[in-house]
Design a protein around this ligand. Structure first.
Ligand SMILES: Nc1ncnc2c1ncn2[C@@H]1O[C@H](COP(=O)(O)OP(=O)(O)O)[C@@H](O)[C@H]1O
Ligand SMILES: [Mg+2]
Length: 362
């Protein structure tokens, strides 16, 4: 929602919201609490709450006998909703990172949903809780409570960490900004802390989901050939920025290497979520989802799921795509068990030497 509806509403409600000092007619139309709630929801871009409170103001005005004002407020809300439906609800922020942020941040608008992911129950519950708290953040803050908004995702490659950041952004209709930490450190060694400051300024200015992917590049205790002292300084400034940040953005850090992370880091996050490889039940759901567009009447999913044992979500997805491509290229709509099993076996055999078994990589 743009500034206009809020400004117009406040103008309608009176010149200044000094309700305590002037308990006059205007005060009767909107309570001081309602005006505060309107401003808060506007600041946090919480459109649903903004509309809910504005409707309360309209109802209150109507009850007080100010029918015309109530109608005008409702018309403003309808107008704002219509504009939202036309797409203005989508963030139209710095569409692309500017200036010094080029090369440090990339931006996209994922259409993913949590339901696109096959998740173990406890992980799903924790992600849902984060979404719930984020959506109600102005309500929580008005009670002096902080929503969970600094997350650490830990797990082997291909376990859905990056995808989770996309799904959170998609669910919240927010842009996903990916901070390219590896680049940041290797390219700008020496000025990394200054660059990090820029990133955190962007986080405070532009609400979004910010993903510090491959976070171990900064969180690692191993120096990776770089000056150990410099890595320490960078890590310390990151921790400070993280601590100070009280923006409405969601910060997501993802790493494959839990053991490489400094213990001090864990305390700074509101939630640490551990990802893993799918068990046979989840693997079967992934297989079924990925091949939903094909004729799989004769496909023995239980057998295929057994062959997926030890593979990550990412590897299973790649195997499904390989089997699907073979079918398409053969002008067939059918994926057979043997083809899928072969693709899964192939996936296992093409692992990079450093990848090892996904289960032991955590
Ligand atoms: N939980 C999941 N449900 C469905 N597909 C998944 C899931 N996790 C990963 N995938 C698939 O695997 C791919 C790689 O996952 P990704 O999020 O990049 O893993 P990570 O960041 O943990 O290395 C995704 O693009 C997606 O196709
Ligand atoms: Mg990733």
């Amino acid at each position: 929602m743009k500034l206009a509806p809020l400004t117009e509403l406040l103008l309608l409600l009176g010149p200044t919201p000094t309700m305590m000092a002037e308990p006059g007619e205007l005060a009767a139309m909107a309570s001081a609490e309602q005006i505060k709630a309107l401003i808060e929801s506007h600041v946090h871009q919480d459109d649903d709450r903004f509309v809910a409170v504005a409707l309360q103001v309209a109802a209150r005005a109507a009850r007080q006998g100010h029918g015309r004002l109530a109608e005008e407020i409702k018309a403003l809300i309808d107008d704002a909703k219509a504009r939202g439906a036309q797409g203005s609800k989508r963030p139209i922020p710095i569409a692309a990172p500017r200036g010094d942020l080029i090369g440090l941040l990339s931006v996209c608008y994922p259409q993913l949903r949590l339901t696109d992911m096959v998740l173990a129950g406890p992980i799903h519950a924790r992600l849902s809780r984060i979404l719930q708290e984020h959506r109600a953040q102005s309500k929580l803050r008005s009670h002096g409570l902080r929503p969970r908004r600094k997350l650490l995702l830990v797990g082997p490659p291909g376990s859905g960490k990056t995808m989770t950041a996309g799904a959170l952004a998609g669910e919240l209709h927010l842009a996903l900004y990916v901070i390219l930490l590896d680049g940041l450190i290797t390219k700008f060694m020496g000025e990394t802390a200054a660059k990090l400051r820029l990133v955190f300024e962007a986080i405070a200015e532009q609400r979004g989901v910010y993903l510090f992917d491959e976070f171990d590049a900064i969180g690692s205790e191993r120096a990776r050939g770089n000056d150990v002292g410099e890595i320490r300084r960078v890590l310390n400034s990151f921790l400070q920025f993280l601590e100070q940040d009280d923006s409405p953005s969601l910060l997501v850090a993802a790493t494959n290497h839990q053991q490489a992370l400094d213990a001090a880091l864990f305390r700074r996050f509101d939630d640490v979520i551990e990802y893993g490889i799918p068990d046979a039940v989840l693997a079967e759901v992934v297989l079924r989802n990925k091949l939903a567009a094909f004729d799989v009447t004769d496909l023995n999913f239980a057998e295929a799921a057994r062959c997926a044992d030890g593979l990550s979500y990412g590897e299973i997805t790649q195997a499904c795509e390989a089997a699907a491509k073979d079918a398409v290229l053969a002008d067939s709509t059918t994926v057979a068990t043997a083809a899928l099993v072969a693709a899964l076996d192939e996936r296992r055999s093409v692992r990079r030497p450093d990848q090892g078994d996904a289960r032991t990589d955590v």
